[in-house]
Design a protein around this ligand. Structure first.
Ligand SMILES: NC(=O)c1ccc[n+]([C@@H]2O[C@H](COP(=O)([O-])OP(=O)(O)OC[C@H]3O[C@@H](n4cnc5c(N)ncnc54)[C@H](OP(=O)(O)O)[C@@H]3O)[C@@H](O)[C@H]2O)c1
Length: 284
């Protein structure tokens, strides 16, 4: 299958956080669902790029505290703060941002694969829980975060989306996940026009061997699973000035950043990497 640019499975030199212009020193970040899986790799990627203070959140208090201790051991120069809350709990999330303050970088990673078979057979209450977490929960975290910003304050919101939001091939038994991930991505494409000082980027993190991936029943991609370190480094890169041109767009974490940067003018001129309908001419 042709890709927009070359895909990688492992970390590569051009993604290194030690390259000039890649440092996130002095920045603060907040990552939801950081206690395991994709979120833990993104947290490590941000810490390795020099983020000095990182808030991490998950529902399971023991798990998020344990993750905090592990991160602190690995990155002693970084201040980690753990919060136990459900992203669908509006007052709890407001209280979290009151306690943490406004991070420079918000990563909406917490998500859920709700499907248990073909649409026609599913318990739709269970199916809907994917929308509750992936759409409502992500919206609550984002809204509470945006409400902490002062007028004109710059910020970055990286949204962990999925290939499932836009890929054409048949994904049988994925209707709740696909629908919720597309809705989520579309919401960010829209609210970026209301917050022009905020960079919103939808990012497919790659295919990582996590509890969530196992639950989805997805087969390993032909090219192999994505190394979580690559995902973490890509998210850190997406928060640098180099990636400013991706504001409002949808990218994959396993895409080659040099090739992506080389396509910058094309992406901006043709307004690429947005959700749309194939074959439909843009504009009115
Ligand atoms: N793995 C992949 O290959 C892949 C591919 C594409 C996209 N993604 C996306 O990547 C993200 C993470 O997926 P994953 O594979 O790492 O899944 P995972 O292994 O199930 O981890 C999900 C994390 O989110 C937290 N979480 C779930 N629901 C939450 C809620 N309501 N409130 C707060 N925290 C919550 C969980 O912690 P608690 O249980 O403690 O709350 C857990 O740490 C998801 O958005 C997923 O859609 C993953």
């Amino acid at each position: 299958m042709a890709s927009f640019v070359t895909n990688h499975q492992k970390p590569y030199a051009a993604l290194s956080p030690t390259l000039p212009g890649r440092s996130l020193a002095g920045k603060s970040a907040f990552v939801t669902g950081a206690g395991s899986g994709v979120g833990s790799y993104i947290t490590r990627g941000l810490a390795a790029a020099g983020v000095s203070r990182i808030g991490i959140l998950g529902r399971n208090k023991a798990r998020i505290e344990k993750a905090k201790d592990a991160f602190a051991k690995e990155f002693p120069a970084v201040a980690f703060e753990a919060y136990a809350a459900d992203i669908t709990d509006d007052p709890a999330i407001a209280a979290v941002f009151k306690a943490f303050g406004t991070p420079d970088i918000l990563v909406n990673n917490a998500g859920y694969f709700p499907d248990e078979g073909p649409f026609v057979e599913q318990d739709l209450k269970k199916w809907w829980s994917g929308f509750e977490i992936n759409v409502l929960g992500t919206a609550i975290v984002t809204q509470k975060f945006l409400q902490t910003l002062s007028p004109g304050q710059k910020a970055i919101v990286l949204n962990v989306s999925s290939f499932a939001a836009h890929m054409r091939f048949p994904l049988i038994g994925w209707s709740g996940y696909n629908g919720s991930k597309l809705a989520q991505a579309r919401i960010f494409e829209n609210i970026r026009f209301e917050h022009t000082d905020v960079r919103f980027v939808n990012i497919h993190p790659g295919c990582l061997d996590t509890d969530g991936f196992t639950r989805s029943g997805a087969p390993a991609p032909a090219g192999g699973m994505t190394d979580g370190k690559l995902t973490g480094e890509f998210f850190a890169w997406a928060a640098t000035d180099e990636a400013e041109f991706l504001s409002g767009r949808f990218v994959w974490a396993d895409w080659d950043v040099d090739e992506l940067k080389a396509k910058k003018e094309e992406i901006l001129e043709k307004d690429l990497l947005l959700t749309t309908i194939d074959g439909f001419t843009r504009g009115w």
